[in-house]
Write a protein that binds this ligand. Structure first.
Ligand code: 5RP
Length: 260
């Protein structure tokens, strides 16, 4: 099969990121199509290279995939603290602040990333932005009184320096989308977020809000993949920027179970 440029970009970012994983590590496993590549790469390393890791998935989807590729899956409570989390993102700004939750897993993703010594984000170049906000910001809310919570969110953002103010309930067909934790998600169409730290804090003060998809000061490294196999690695703590190229053959093992 031939990978599309976007899938190649996601794959090479994932392939480069798994170089950070060493035997004996406890690794947070992100959710989404880019993170799925990373899980497949780790599975191949477990099966073929004898890599020994414990994986903590951030969604039921990732747990299922991780088990199917041979990763030893444990809960966060079993692992307690993680060496590393690798996950995708919907937007990444120059300070490596993120919008996450496009795939609906932001709550577990944020808990797992925060419980990790290091978070590595893997992405294609389209997710790199100067200012966060064009991608709708997901906010997880409890189903009880969700319309009141949504109204409170609308009132809160009307007083902040953002460009848009529309808030929509995420749907799965006709019904509300329900997260792994049994909650709903509202998406905030803000266009531009001037102060990510302030927005993240005020949203979480609203009763009924469980968590928001702004990841501020959590990500340490971003690996950006391109459709021609190039990757860029930016480490915010070390202040380094590396460029590399991933050579790969579309071997049967890793490309055979693609469903995303
Ligand atoms: C899921 C997420 C994903 O990491 C994010 O939506 C990116 O997904 P993809 O790699 O499929 O573009 O936050 O909640």
């Amino acid at each position: 099969m031939n990978l599309s440029p976007i899938d190649t970009a996601k794959f090479v970012a994932a392939k480069r990121a798994v170089d950070f994983v060493e035997s004996g590590m406890r690794v947070g496993l992100g959710t989404g199509s880019t993170a799925a590549w990373m899980v497949r790469c780790l599975g191949e390393m477990v099966r073929e290279d004898g890599l020994r890791i414990k994986g903590v998935p951030t969604s039921s989807r990732t747990a299922e995939l991780a088990r199917s590729v041979g990763i030893d899956v444990v809960s966060l409570d079993e692992a307690k603290w993680l060496d590393l989390t690798i996950d995708g993102a919907d937007e990444v700004d120059p300070d490596l602040n993120l919008i996450k939750g496009g795939g609906g897993a932001l709550l577990q993703e944020k808990i797992v990333a925060t419980a990790s010594d290091r978070m590595i984000v893997i992405t294609d170049a389209s997710k790199r932005v100067e200012t966060l906000g064009l991608f709708p910001l997901p906010v997880e809310v409890v189903p009880f009184g969700w319309q009141t919570t949504k109204a409170l969110i609308e009132e809160t953002i009307s007083g902040l320096d953002v460009l848009g103010d529309r808030v929509s309930l995420r749907l799965n067909g006709e019904a509300p989308y329900v997260t792994d934790e049994g909650n709903f998600i509202v998406d905030l169409h803000l266009q531009r977020i001037s102060n990510v730290r302030q927005l993240g804090l005020v949203l979480n003060q609203i009763p009924g809000v469980v968590e928001n998809g702004l990841f501020v000061d959590i990500c340490d490294v971003v690996v950006v993949g391109y459709g021609d196999g190039r990757v860029e690695v930016d480490d915010i703590n070390a202040g380094t920027h590396e460029e590399d190229r991933i050579e790969f053959v579309e071997s049967d093992n890793i490309f055979s179970d693609i469903t995303d």
